[in-house]
Design a protein around this ligand. Structure first.
Ligand SMILES: O=C(O)CCC(=O)C(=O)O
Ligand SMILES: [Fe+2]
Length: 421
C-alpha cells in the first residue's frame, strides 16, 4: 500500500494564492481565539509573482492582522501594519515551503542554506520574527502548517529564472549539462560527508560500495533531494511531478576507478534507441569534496545527448572533458548525456551525492512509495511528489484506478513545463 500523507492532495495550495490566504486565515483564527492579548500585524509585498497568480494591476502580496483574539487576512497591503516586508515571490517561496517540524537543528540548516541561495535579506526567516515568545511560537507553527501544504511555483521557467538559473537552463538546452556553483555551504558539505562516511564505513574499504536508498536514511538526505535549484532544473527537463529515481553516495579512495569508459544514465532503464527528443531522466552530482583532476572528477561529452543513443561499447574517456567542481557545487546533466569519471590519483577520498530524477511515468530504481508517513509529513508536498505519492501508478484498487490522483496529475500539469493557465 502506498503511504497516505496526512495532507491530502486537495489541501495543497500555491503560496499567496486565494486558497493559501483562506487556509492561513482558518488556521490563525483557531489559534488566535486563545490568545486575546496578542497584537501582531504584517504586510508582505511579493515582487515578480508568477503571471498566473497576478494581473499586474496593483502590488501583489498579503496582510495579516491578529488583534483581540481575531484575525484579518487579505490580499491587499495594509499600510498600517507594524511590519512592512517586500521580497521576491520565488525567494519568499523557498522559505515559505520549508518545514522544520520543531527540529531546531533542521531549521538552522535550512536557514543557512537558503541564505546562501537567495541572500540574507530574507525578512520572513524565523530570525526576523518578533522577540515576543508567544508570537514567535505562533508564527513557527503557522510556518510549518502552511509549508506542509505549499507547492512549488508550477511555472517552472518563471521559478528558475527568478532564482537566477537562466544560464543553467541555456546550458542544459545547449550542452546537456550545467554546473550550479555555491549551491550548498561548506558546513552542509561537512555534515553530508560525515553521514556518508558513516554509511560507507560499514562496507569493505574501496570496494566500490554505494550507499543507496538515502531518502530512508535521515532528514539531511531529504533536504538535499528537494534542493530548490536542483528541483527547478529537474522539473525543467522532466516536467512537473518528476520522481526521485535514485539517491546514493560514492566515496572514492586512492586508485579507485568507479566508472571505466563512458555511459549514459538511461542505461539502467533500457531506454530504446533512438532516445525520445524529450528528457526521461536527469542526474545531479553534489561535490561534497573538491573535484580537482587528481580527485578523479566526473568527465562529460558536451552535446552528446543529441546522439539519442547509448554509448557504443569500447568508447574511451579521451573525448570527454573533466568537470572540475569546487566543494559546494552541483553538476546536473540530461540522462542521455555521455559521461563517466576518472580514477582517483591521490590520497584521501572523494565524496559525492548522486540524486537522479525521472519523469513521473518512469519506473525509478529506488522505491519510496511506502516511505514512512512521518518522513513525508515533515516535508513540503514537493517531497511526497518525488516519492511517487501523487501519481496514480500502482494505486488502482479492485474497483477502478486511482481517479483522484489521475485528476490531480492532469490538473497540476504533470509531465509538462508549459505555463499554467
Ligand atoms: O562519480 C562520478 O563522477 C560520475 C557518477 C555517475 O556516472 C552518475 O552519477 O551518473
Ligand atoms: Fe552516470
Amino acid at each position: 500500500m502506498a503511504t497516505e500523507p496526512t495532507v491530502a492532495l486537495h489541501e495543497r495550495v500555491q503560496y499567496a494564492s486565494k486558497e493559501w490566504l483562506g487556509e492561513a486565515e482558518r488556521f490563525l483564527k483557531q489559534r488566535a481565539a486563545a490568545l486575546p492579548a496578542m497584537r501582531l500585524s504584517f504586510a508582505v509585498q511579493l515582487t515578480s509573482p508568477p503571471p498566473h497568480l497576478h494581473d499586474g494591476r496593483k502590488p501583489f502580496g498579503y496582510s495579516v492582522r491578529i488583534e483581540a483574539g481575531d484575525v484579518h487576512i487579505g490580499n491587499t497591503l495594509d499600510p498600517a501594519a507594524d511590519v512592512q516586508l517586500c521580497v521576491d515571490y520565488n525567494a519568499a517561496l523557498l522559505v515559505s515551503s520549508a518545514t522544520h517540524a520543531g527540529d531546531g537543528a533542521a531549521q538552522r540548516r535550512l536557514e543557512r542554506e537558503y541564505i546562501l541561495l537567495v541572500g540574507d535579506r530574507q525578512p520572513i526567516l524565523a530570525s526576523h520574527w518578533p522577540r515576543d515568545t508567544a508570537a514567535a511560537a505562533l508564527l513557527a507553527e503557522f510556518q510549518d502548517h502552511m509549508a506542509r501544504r505549499t507547492v512549488n511555483n508550477p511555472d517552472v521557467r518563471h521559478r528558475a529564472t527568478q532564482l537566477g538559473l537562466q544560464s543553467n537552463l541555456e546550458d542544459l538546452d545547449d550542452k546537456g549539462y550545467t554546473v550550479l556553483e555555491r549551491a550548498f555551504s561548506a558546513d552542509f558539505a561537512d555534515e553530508l560527508r560525515a553521514e556518508a562516511h558513516r554509511n560507507h564505513d560499514s562496507a569493505p574499504p574501496d570496494s566500490g560500495f554505494r550507499a543507496t536508498m538515502l531518502l530512508r536514511r535521515g532528514r539531511i538526505w531529504e533536504e538535499a533531494a528537494i534542493h530548490p535549484w536542483v528541483l527547478a532544473l529537474a522539473e525543467y527537463l522532466l516536467g512537473r511531478g518528476c520522481l526521485i529515481y535514485q539517491s546514493d553516495t560514492i566515496v572514492k579512495g586512492p586508485g579507485l576507478d568507479t566508472h571505466p569508459g563512458l555511459h549514459a544514465d538511461y542505461g539502467a532503464s533500457r531506454v530504446a534507441e533512438p532516445f525520445p527528443e524529450y528528457c526521461l531522466e536527469a542526474t545531479a552530482i553534489w561535490a561534497i569534496d573538491d573535484f580537482d583532476l587528481p580527485a578523479g572528477p566526473t568527465v562529460i561529452v558536451p552535446g552528446s545527448f543529441r546522439n539519442r543513443r547509448q554509448v557504443p561499447a569500447g568508447t574511451t574517456r579521451e573525448r570527454a572533458i573533466p568537470l572540475e567542481l569546487a566543494k559546494g557545487s552541483i553538476a546536473f546533466w540530461h540522462g542521455a548525456t555521455w559521461h563517466g569519471a576518472m580514477p582517483r590519483q591521490t590520497a584521501g577520498r572523494r565524496t559525492s551525492l548522486h540524486n537522479a530524477y525521472a519523469r513521473f511515468f518512469m519506473r525509478p530504481l529506488e522505491r519510496y512509495d511506502d516511505i514512512d508517513r512521518s518522513v513525508v509529513d515533515r516535508n513540503p508536498p514537493a517531497f511526497a511528489t518525488l516519492c511517487g505519492l501523487d501519481d496514480p501508478f500502482g494505486k488502482s484498487g479492485d474497483t477502478g484506478a486511482d481517479f483522484e490522483r489521475m485528476r490531480y496529475a492532469a490538473s497540476a500539469g504533470y509531465g509538462s513545463t508549459a505555463p499554467v493557465a
